[in-house]
Design a protein around this ligand. Structure first.
Ligand SMILES: Nc1nc2c(ncn2[C@@H]2O[C@H](COP(=O)(O)OP(=O)(O)OP(=O)(O)O)[C@@H](O)[C@H]2O)c(=O)[nH]1
Ligand SMILES: [Zn+2]
Length: 182
């Protein structure tokens, strides 16, 4: 990847051998590897068996999980927050693991809709929940720094599975909890 970054730097009309840029291909390669490290992670490793028995069958909401991803069309960041809710059936997931699972999928090349669905399906699989709801609100640099150059639009996407899809009351409870904490 370092060679490719050096070549890109050259192609934009810069001199990759000037002092300020000498180490840039190496840094950029390391940064890009970090931003896409989700490809090297597996769900099982990340969850690390942090599932705990619980007789709670009430909604669990983890709100405002920061999210940094890369849009698969322009390789530019989209940045925002993710809200994850589920209704457990006998076991709950370690709190930090919810945020870690968001990152497993955010740290890949994504469109926001697929990212939202992948997070919801994974939480459902891992917990065996009765239902899962995921909402992502994000700003896309490809719409802000270039292209249409709109600074204030926010994309909101949701994925509702199980009881979050079938029950209006469950969806309403989710939206109500979100309002309480924001
Ligand atoms: N649905 C969706 N679209 C996205 C996402 N990220 C970027 N895009 C859009 O992907 C589209 C790519 O459109 P193209 O016409 O192929 O590319 P482009 O000429 O660079 O488009 P502009 O951004 O309009 O300049 C654009 O409309 C982007 O806004 C995303 O997460 N979800
Ligand atoms: Zn884009």
């Amino acid at each position: 990847m370092e060679e490719q970054w050096a070549s890109i730097i050259k192609q934009i009309g810069e001199d990759p051998s000037r002092p300020g840029l000498v180490d840039t291909p190496k840094r950029a390669a390391a940064a890009f590897a970090f931003l896409t490290r989700g490809y090297t992670q597996s769900v099982d490793e990340v969850v690390n068996d942090a599932l705990f028995p619980s007789d709670s069958s009430e909604m669990v909401l983890v709100q405002n999980v920061e999210l940094y991803s890369l849009c698969e069309h322009h390789l530019l960041p989209f940045i925002g927050r993710c809200h994850v809710a589920y209704i457990p059936t006998g076991r709950v997931l370690g709190l930090s693991k919810v945020a870690r699972l968001v990152d497993v999928f955010a740290r890949r090349l994504q469109i926001q809709e697929s990212l939202t669905t992948q997070i919801a399906e994974t939480i459902m699989d891992v917990t065996g929940a009765e239902g899962v709801g995921v909402i992502i609100e994000a700003r896309h640099m490809c719409m802000m720094m270039r292209g249409v150059e709109k600074q204030n639009s926010v994309m909101k996407t949701s994925a509702m599975l199980g009881s979050f899809r079938s029950s209006q009351a469950t969806r309403d409870e989710f939206l109500q909890l979100l309002k309480l904490q924001s």
